[in-house]
Write a protein that binds this ligand. Structure first.
Ligand SMILES: NC(=O)C1=CN([C@@H]2O[C@H](COP(=O)(O)OP(=O)(O)OC[C@H]3O[C@@H](n4cnc5c(N)ncnc54)[C@H](O)[C@@H]3O)[C@@H](O)[C@H]2O)C=CC1
Ligand SMILES: O=C(CO)COP(=O)(O)O
Length: 339
């Protein structure tokens, strides 16, 4: 159902004291909202409160005194709208903890990018199953390195919501000169771009690490977009969404910069480092590592061909050799570009 009047949201709660949750909290503050940031680790809350900096996940960015930091989910549940910024594999569990304290009718904006490993559920499905029935949901996705958003550099995102009035209210609440949300009603398509581009960024990182060249990276981006679009269409998303910020926009960003945790992980793999060693040296999440298997499972269930994602999954999870997997991709039969 579409609400007629855009609701106003004066108090925003952000779940997730990682880089992106912290950056989004700063964006909400800049938009003029009272903002609460929940971090899971008491030590991170204590450090953010005392030092006014998130040294663990977003070092070097001062946190203004009016950012409220909390370890109590009830503070978030009392807000007018909630941004969910936990890693995708933990989103369902965090929502189960939020559910009993969530203000009835408060919308939850999903900002995590990924597909659940065990269930192959999209974030909207996993989160809806854990929250009270009827909780309004929206998706925020797009080309957004947290460190740049945190510094107030110009950024545009897709904000997708089935309810146009609610979507417009959330855009008003979160938007500012430097953080520009564009409305959409495609909650499926806007999730697929953000989830799958992380897997493709690992592939582009491998190309970088193996020194296969810029042509190969452009080919992967383009054929990767074809894979994303096929999956989104099979799930009921729209192709035009994938040509927008949450699709092409995010794919281009993440596949072109070693600022991306996914691309840099792929580059390290391409240089010959072992996945376990790369992961052991990081605290931050590289969602593509988990979404690779989920996307391949989901695509298999739907009969969608996703050879690049399957190649990444084979390298990460099935012990496939890098060179043999690259050779396998290059030896595929020639086909029409639109097939
Ligand atoms: N960092 C970025 O530039 C962007 C990140 N995102 C997405 O935002 C989501 C969160 O990523 P970041 O903030 O970058 O994370 P991060 O890598 O900076 O930090 C890891 C986060 O995971 C949390 N965590 C670890 N174990 C957990 C558990 N068992 N339950 C709940 N939370 C747990 C930590 O508390 C921490 O907040 C991901 O889905 C990511 O793809 C989306 C856009 C930009
Ligand atoms: O989602 C992102 C940019 O839009 C962040 O990408 P990484 O998680 O690969 O750093």
């Amino acid at each position: 159902m579409t609400t007629r009047v855009s609701p106003t949201f004066s108090r925003i709660g952000v779940i997730g004291g990682g880089a992106w949750g912290t950056a989004l909290a700063l964006a909400a503050l800049r938009a003029g909202r009272e903002t609460w940031l929940w971090a899971r680790e008491p030590a991170v809350v204590a450090a953010m409160t005392a030092e006014r900096e998130n040294r663990d996940y977003l070092p070097g960015v001062p946190l203004p005194p009016d950012l409220r930091v909390t370890n109590d989910l009830a503070d978030i549940g009392a807000c007018d709208a909630v941004l969910l910024v936990s890693p995708a594999q933990h989103a369902r569990a965090v929502c189960a903890r939020l559910a009993p304290v969530l203000r009835p009718g408060a919308p939850v904006v999903i900002c995590a990018k990924g597909i659940e490993l065990d269930s192959f559920a999209l974030m909207s499905e996993a989160v809806a199953a854990a929250l009270p029935a009827g909780t309004p949901l929206a998706i925020l996705s797009g080309p957004t390195f947290a460190a740049e958003v945190a510094r107030g550099l110009p950024t545009a995102v897709t904000l997708a919501c089935a309810d146009a009035g609610l979507g417009a209210g959330l855009v008003e609440a979160l938007g500012s000169r430097s953080f520009r949300p564009y409305r959409s009603d495609d909650v499926i398509g806007s999730q697929i771009g953000g989830a799958v581009k992380n897997v493709l960024a690992i592939a582009c990182g491998v190309v970088e690490g193996r020194k296969l060249g810029d042509n190969a990276r452009a080919a992967l981006i383009t054929r990767g977009l074809a894979e994303i679009t096929r999956l989104a269409l099979a799930l009921g998303g729209r192709a035009d969404t994938l040509m927008g910020l949450s699709g092409l926009g995010d794919l281009t960003l993440t596949c072109s910069s070693l600022q991306s945790r996914n691309m840099s992980l792929g580059a390290a793999l391409g240089e010959g480092r072992a996945l376990a060693d790369i992961l052991a040296a990081r605290r931050s999440v590289a969602e593509g590592v988990y979404t690779a298997a989920a996307v391949v499972g989901l695509a298999g269930r739907l009969g969608v061909d996703m050879p690049i994602c399957a190649a990444v999954d084979a390298i990460l999870n099935k012990g496939a050799s890098l060179d043999a997997t690259i050779e396998g991709l290059l030896s595929r039969p020639f086909r029409g570009e639109g097939e």
